[in-house]
Design a protein around this ligand. Sequence first.
Ligand code: TGC
Ligand code: FAD
Length: 383
Amino acid sequence: MDYYQIEEFYSAEQILVRDSIRGFVKSEISPVIDKFAQAHQEIPDLMKKLGAIGALGPFIPQKYAGAGLDQISYGLIMQELESGDSAIRSAASVQSSLVMFPIYKFGSEDQRQKFLPGLASGHLIGAFGLTEPNHGSDPASMETKIVRDGNGFRLSGAKMWITNAPICDLAVVWARDEDKKIRGVIVERSFEGFSTPETHNKWSLRASKTGELVFDQVYIPEENVLPEVNSMRGPLSCLNSARYGISWGAIGAAVDCYETALQYAKERKQFGKPIASYQLQQKKLAEMVTEITKAQLLSWRLGLLKNEDRATPAQISMAKRNNVNMALEVAREARQILGAMGIVGDYPIMRHMMNLESVITYEGTHDVHLLITGNDITGINAF
Ligand code: TGC
Ligand code: FAD
């Protein structure tokens, strides 16, 4: 689905990256995803498979086992993965933007050497702990704290709604210190007092594990504290990277819904004619293709700005908000085109629709991103 021939602006390398991830999704994800989502299970060895195709930390330099790719390539990877399922993109974007990025950006050389290669190959699984039971949209009010104890710190508190928490080997966790500064720490699975209870009964992102991170006076050695960060700018700059990736990912989910609905509308006959021949159905399809095209242009331009390190957080918010909402609207309309068939797992639409109900909430809600835009254009904070 490339109505405005945007592919002409992609380099040969970017097209190669996109096509190789597309091939992976076609062979490894699409044939099995419904089964795993229905069973509320993640695809076995998913992280190692994503590591093998270079989808973990694609923008991290090769020196640290990343792929050293540009931001458009990163976006295209997220787009293709989410055309399979948002849970697959979630796994890759948490690992890349929320775990590898802060270790690369704010970590010591020892921390980079110790953790990044294992995270890039998927042999280590990371999680990112910012949200708390009492603080979601307002993470700056976090209660999780670290207190100096000899050569290290004691971490206490809890994080909630954390992607991959139950299966993580390590978590990048944000906590307030005794000087009220925000610090990032790497909590390893083996640390005493660290537990990760699973969140059950989700109707969304069912092929992804979600859970809590609970810290009962966990001892954190000094070498596991990220040295180069001491304010909310740290976690929020990780979110910039993940939100950018989500703006692309949402396009993948939308295109999968649109293409499914288009094909169905051409084949399904009612009143003796294909339903695609009726104006009401054409309106739905024409609006889908228009909105998808606008979203593609938004993310592509944002990628160019990101490559030049010029993308502002507010520009990223606009793309995340617009594109996820667009994808959810596309999924809702596409489901109607399929009639009753739209509710069964033989088609991907209902699964995408339910996934997108999480995507529109996590990484900053639809409302929060609107308020970020409002703040940016008026200079007045309405939070
Ligand atoms: P505010 O006072 O505006 O800012 C505090 C400091 O941070 C700076 N800043 C940013 N820096 C980098 N990037 C950004 N996007 C930034 N936004 C703000 C700001 O300049 C300031 O710096 P300084 O030096 O002056 O102190 O902050 P606030 O407390 O009023 O809150 C602002 C708000 C609401 C925008 C922010 O807190 C927010 O984005 N809330 C939404 C929370 C959120 O997105 N949580 C996501 C959790 S992770 C997740 O959902 C993962 S899902 C993964 C998956 O499965 O794919
Ligand atoms: P709240 O902040 O309580 O918001 C509830 C409602 O109030 C929303 O509609 C919101 O828009 C609105 N609202 C809030 N403040 C304002 C305001 N000032 N003005 C107007 N309206 C307002 N977090 C992590 O840290 N790591 C993860 O890996 C992670 N993974 C997730 C995976 C899933 C499947 C889900 C669902 C969430 C995940 N999250 C994660 C948490 C996610 O980031 C939060 O759910 C999100 O930031 C919103 O917080 P909340 O759910 O507490 O909602």
